[in-house]
Design a protein around this ligand. Sequence first.
Ligand code: DAH
Length: 449
Amino acid sequence: MLIQRSCARALSTHHRPLAPISSSSSSSLLLRSAHSLSPSLSSFRFLSFPFSSSPSPSPSPSPSHKRSKLPLAALLEIGGVKIAKDDVVRESDPANNVPDSIFSKIGLQLHRRDNHPIGILKNTIYDYFDTNFPAKFAKFDDLCPIVSVKQNFDDVLVPADHVSRSYNDTYYVDAQTVLRCHTSAHQAELLRKGHSHFLVTGDVYRRDSIDSTHYPVFHQMEGFRVFSPDEWAGSGMDGTSYAAMDLKKSLEGLAKHLFGAVDMRWVDTYFPFTNPSFELEIYFQEKWMEVLGCGVTEQEILKRNGRMDHVAWAFGLGLERLAMVLFDIPDIRLFWSNDQRFTSQFSEGKLGVKFKSFSKYPPCYKDMSFWISDAFTENNLCEVVRGIAGDLVEEVKLIDNFTNKKGMTSHCYRIAYRSMERSLTDEEINQLQWSVREAVQNKLNVILR
Ligand code: DAH
């Protein structure tokens, strides 16, 4: 059954001040606005769409925090592009905010591993398009994630003052270059190259808070289909309505292919690159869950890229979000695990095999209080913590927040440390916590209490 909802939410998403759903950073509040209206979705907020919120001018310079104990490959090659560490991590450039820990993820390409849940899901989506649109969709999965600000934002009409452009939200290699924060960054170049049906899968990068559903690198798939006037001429519809109808039909089919016969509903929303814009939700495991964002492509994008008089639809979906549900994977860090007890559970072509947890290791909590400065953001804190503790940090949560009579604001954060793979010793955690405290004090301009 398909339930159609009104556009009230989309308007409010775009224009009203956004209510927090958790004690999170300004960026994540903005990114996750839609979910504040739907508490049942909050556990999956990591894949809300940053572009479904209104512009908000708050770029704040990010500190540099580059420490990592990981051995780093000296030179990567992605889609024929050679990338050295110095091309991405540049301590001397004040516009650069890419830490070593992020560089170490570039090139791992989980989406290209056929036995990995992310690769299995990608291939299942490919199967759907291959079956229903034989030989139509060109597939790209090794486009370089280092793109220009123009590709990532301007080409898809993201306003100049949109929050997603801030240093707090996006990894900048230099003032004109970013690690793509969405696969929509490739729409314009592929259109210009003459493609009219394409799927782009890739790793995307976002500065964010830390919990079991957020990781600064995750994977998206973008779909795009162009129609020429003769395709809708006989339909009795205008081009936009025709594309919207085809989009909904195609994506309902995809959702059914992945989840079976579930209830679905369309929710009107806002994206800068589509109009109208929608989110598809399915009723799964007793909750409404957002599956993807999509819409009819803004004419301006088609016009600029040689497709005047055409219409198109586009969609973007987050692979981790769907894989966590389909494979019962409880923590997003697991996708990056090389532990055989994780990797051996998945095999090519087997979507939806339920993950059997092997970790019962207890978490260890440490609290840290400090007086913040005006420049403090939770994303910066999380990056410092991740820079020291890596994947041993499970969650960073604001548990207390007050302002004293002198106007000084104190935050208390609770850090949960837990390994997916082994027990952590008290000594190890204490040492980590001391290093974290030191780094937070030195790099974030806060005063520990
Ligand atoms: N790029 C969006 C995001 O990451 C997702 C998206 C939404 C892609 C709508 C699309 C689209 O192509 O039409 O938040």
